[in-house]
Every structure is written in structure tokens, then in C-alpha cells.
Design a protein around this ligand. Structure first.
Ligand code: GAR
Length: 198
């Protein structure tokens, strides 16, 4: 029995690529069945196709802020492939309770901060402004509250003198690429014990 995994992206999809490659490496309970983007120009779509994964686009813009209709279209795309798990991987749309509630316990997200610190946007800038000596990323289960929900894994990086937000983002991204596949590998096999890296 494989666990069918859909991955939602909005951009370059580097985390998605790591998840797909890890699932395709074998010995993994998960199987990538769909990469879905809300942006037709997302670079990750071609990367998914190159790896033999089906793709879909549900552009949020024609819905003009009608979140319920947008989310109904997302669900319709999912219904065609019947995933067991959704991984949000750089998906930059806020999902409402109407979409999240039926997926609770089955939808993961990666967020570029050590939650509960810095929910929302500009996490690297905010860590620098706060003078933090460490920063990182978190994989968590998605609940209706933004960037909340039980933590499945965290990875830490040092904040170095004279770091720019881009420097810090790049250092965190390296850890995201290690953390998210490790968490999904466990989660797809039914193991919810948190992973702490390094
Ligand atoms: C990643 O850093 C991810 O943590 C972040 O977007 C980036 C996507 O990169 N996600 C969020 O900020 C979600 N609120 P990727 O497209 O190369 O995986």
C-alpha cells in the first residue's frame, strides 16, 4: 500500500523536487501523484513534469478573492488523483478552514522559521531584526490557524554576523531540503515522531 502524496507549490519548487526525488529513490511509503501550483508560471511545474509527476494549475487570480471557489477548484483537482496526504511546499496562498478542516492530520507545511516564532512572511528579515543567534525551519501539520499546528520537525542554523536576509534564507533552505524529505518519509509510513536537525 502506498501513500499518495500531492504537493502544492507557488514558485521554484526546490522543496517539492527534494520530496519527489526522495519518494522516487525507493524504500518510501509515499508516491507523488500530483504537483499543483496556483501560479501557471511556477518554475516547479516543469521540474515535476521532468520527473514524471502529473501537474495541475489552479490559478487563484480569476477567482478575484473568492477563496471558497478557489478552494473548491483545488479540491476538484485533488479528487481526480485521490491523494492521502498534501504537502505544502512554498505554497503562498492562505487556505481557509473550509479547505483545511477535511485535510487536518493529513496536510503538512514547511515554514522558514523556528515556529512558533515568525509566523507569516519575511521570516529571515524578522529574525535578523530581532538579533536572534539562531534561525531555522519547521515542518508542521496544517490547522486552520496560520503556520500553527503540531510540529513534526525542526532544523536550526546559526545566524552569522553581517548576514543579509538572502544569506539567511539560503542557509535555511539547505536545511529545509534535509528536513522535509526526512519528515515526509516518516509521516508517509505513519510515524509522527518529530525530527530535530542537525
Ligand atoms: C521555502 O523557503 C519555504 O519554506 C517557503 O517558501 C520557500 C519555497 O521555496 N515557504 C513559505 O514561506 C510558506 N509560508 P521552494 O519553492 O524552492 O521550495
Amino acid at each position: 500500500m502506498t501513500t499518495r502524496v500531492a504537493i502544492f507549490i507557488s514558485g521554484g519548487g526546490s522543496n517539492m523536487v527534494r520530496l519527489v526525488e526522495d519518494m522516487q529513490a525507493g524504500g518510501h511509503a509515499g508516491e507523488p501523484v500530483l504537483v499543483l501550483s496556483n501560479d501557471p508560471d511556477a518554475g516547479g511545474l516543469a521540474k515535476a513534469e521532468a520527473r514524471g509527476v502529473a501537474t495541475a494549475v489552479v490559478d487563484h487570480r480569476p477567482f478575484k478573492g473568492d477563496r471558497a471557489a478557489f478552494e473548491a477548484a483545488l479540491q476538484e483537482a485533488l479528487d481526480k488523483v485521490q491523494p492521502d496526504i498534501i504537502c505544502l511546499a512554498g505554497f503562498m496562498r492562505v487556505l481557509t478552514e473550509g479547505f483545511v478542516a477535511p485535510w487536518e492530520g493529513k496536510m503538512l507545511n514547511i515554514h522558514p522559521s523556528l515556529l512558533p516564532k515568525y509566523k507569516g512572511l519575511h521570516t529571515h528579515q524578522r529574525a535578523l531584526e530581532a538579533g536572534d543567534s539562531e534561525h531555522g525551519c519547521t515542518v508542521h501539520l496544517v490547522t486552520p490557524a496560520l503556520d500553527d499546528g503540531p510540529i513534526l520537525g525542526q532544523a536550526r542554523v546559526p545566524v552569522l554576523e553581517n548576514d543579509s536576509p538572502d544569506d539567511l534564507a539560503a542557509r535555511v533552505l539547505v536545511q529545509e531540503h534535509a528536513l522535509y524529505p526526512a519528515v515526509l518519509r516518516r509521516f508517509a509510513a505513519g510515524d509522527m515522531r518529530p525530527i530535530l536537525l542537525p
